[in-house]
Design a protein around this ligand. Structure first.
Ligand SMILES: Nc1nc2c(c(=O)[nH]1)N[C@H]1C(S)=C(S)[C@@H](COP(=O)(O)O)O[C@H]1N2
Ligand SMILES: [Mo]
Length: 418
């Protein structure tokens, strides 16, 4: 341990990690008066505990960890979203019960026995598969993020920084281990005709959501998903079959998938024209924006967790990019005046959430925490002004600007535009 380990490496107290380990051990955990071993056993250790159960659930003491911002748009048949409470989670995999949901007409109750997947259009052999048929194909597992392109959109359109928990602002993103059949396998079996350039994927929900997927993506890493985090897809995430397009905007990963049509051109469906297309400053709209841009957010500390105490902390957050792997995340505690590299936790996966960590000592003075991610394609997360200059005031989708959390002397954490 060198003496200079505890000297800040950047303005406002960002520390060497070695210093954090030492300070952390000294701060808490010593057996003092309050922590002395109790003379009598606590009640849970005096009698045998509960019995086994068929399907587990979190501790009742963790009841406060719920999906947040659950809202269906009034006057619709179940169009709305729920968000992942990012500030309450660790690591990078989202538990299935907390994966955000986005539905355009509620969650259909699909009977797998009666469900079919059809492949037709510009193919040599139109095919229809039962779920039992699909059981027979070789599977692959892929860990990646899924983000709604509307995620964080409140920051694009609100003149004042909205005061909500981290997950309510940024929780339309999750990461899972998905298992299924490469789409290429079934396309090869159907025999794609030379004139085909697109696949139209359609869901079997009442919204009949459909999106056009370029054939290059369909043959690259598109997956027909059966399992999420080891178990069958949950109904809200597309049971019994969904499409997954790693790195692309979440909307294109069609849930409750029942039809794939090979075509020469895109369908120009509702959800790729009037919705999910990006307005530019001059009022024109970009036709398609498929990959999600490089982005990061600090989840600890953040609004939604209690006020902060002075002392040594681990800043922790998530970074991701639809273009590839995260190469670097820099963090600042003085509103972007100075930056230091955060530690990226292995494995740093392609198109997946990556956890970053940095040691910080808060001395009680006002501070502004920020994180800035860079991906291996060289994309750098922009600040909010740069994002707005590029996208214009009426843009909403694909907001990826640097998030700033201001810490007041009383320890309150607030969303600010800095
Ligand atoms: N059939 C169908 N697929 C759909 C949707 C839908 O409403 N219907 N919503 C899309 C949107 S906008 C997103 S962001 C993702 C959300 O996936 P999740 O609910 O598993 O998080 O599913 C996409 N696939
Ligand atoms: Mo979405």
């Amino acid at each position: 341990m060198r003496d200079d380990d505890e000297q800040p490496v950047a303005g406002n107290g960002l520390l060497h990690r070695r210093a954090f380990i030492r300070a952390g051990a000294g701060a808490i955990g010593s057996i003092g008066a309050a922590g002395a071993l109790a003379a009598t056993r606590p009640e849970w250790a005096r009698t045998p505990g509960a019995a086994m159960r068929g399907y587990g659930a979190p501790s009742p003491f963790e009841d406060h960890v719920q999906r947040v911002g659950i809202a269906a748009q009034p006057g619709t048949t179940g169009s709305g979203a729920s968000r992942t409470p990012l500030e309450h989670l660790e690591g990078t995999i989202t538990p299935n019960g907390l994966v955000f949901e986005r539905h355009h007409s509620g969650v259909p109750a699909i009977d797998p026995e009666r469900h079919r997947l059809k492949i037709h259009g510009l193919v040599k052999r139109p095919l229809a598969f039962t779920m039992a048929d699909l059981e027979r194909y070789p599977r692959v597992t892929r860990t990646c993020f899924l983000e709604c392109s509307g995620n964080s959109g409140a920051m694009a359109v609100s003149p004042e920084a909205p005061q909500r928990a981290c997950g309510e602002l940024h929780g339309l993103v999750s990461a899972s281990e998905y298992t299924g059949i490469p789409l290429a396998t079934l396309l090869d079996e159907a025999g794609v005709r030379e004139t085909a350039a697109w696949v139209i994927a359609e869901g079997d929900d009442a919204a009949r959501m459909s999106r056009s997927v370029p054939l290059s993506k369909a043959f690259d890493d598109a997956l027909l998903v059966l399992y999420q985090n080891g178990e069958r897809l949950r109904p809200e995430n597309g049971y019994p079959l969904r499409l997954l397009l790693p790195g692309f905007e979440g909307n294109m990963s069609i849930k409750w998938l029942h039809r794939l049509e090979l075509t020469a051109g895109p369908a120009m469906s509702r959800d790729e024209t009037s919705k999910y297309s990006d307005l530019r400053p001059d009022g024109s709209a970009l036709l398609f924006t498929f990959p999600m841009a490089v982005k990061s957010v600090i989840t600890t500390p953040s609004p939604g967790l209690g006020p902060l105490d002075r002392g040594t902390w681990e800043i922790s957050g998530l970074a991701w990019s639809g273009h590839g792997r995260i190469r670097r995340v820099a963090v600042s505690a003085d509103g972007g005046g100075s930056w230091t590299d955060a530690r990226l936790e292995a494995p740093v996966r392609d198109k997946c959430l990556t956890r970053f960590r940095a040691a910080w000592r808060w001395d009680g003075r006002p501070a502004v925490l920020m994180s800035r991610a860079v991906d291996d394609a060289g994309h750098v997360q922009p600040d909010r002004t740069t994002w707005l200059d590029h996208h214009g005031a009426r843009s909403f989708y694909h907001y990826n600007a640097i998030q700033s959390w201001a810490i007041s002397p009383d320890g309150t954490v607030r969303n600010v535009y800095a």
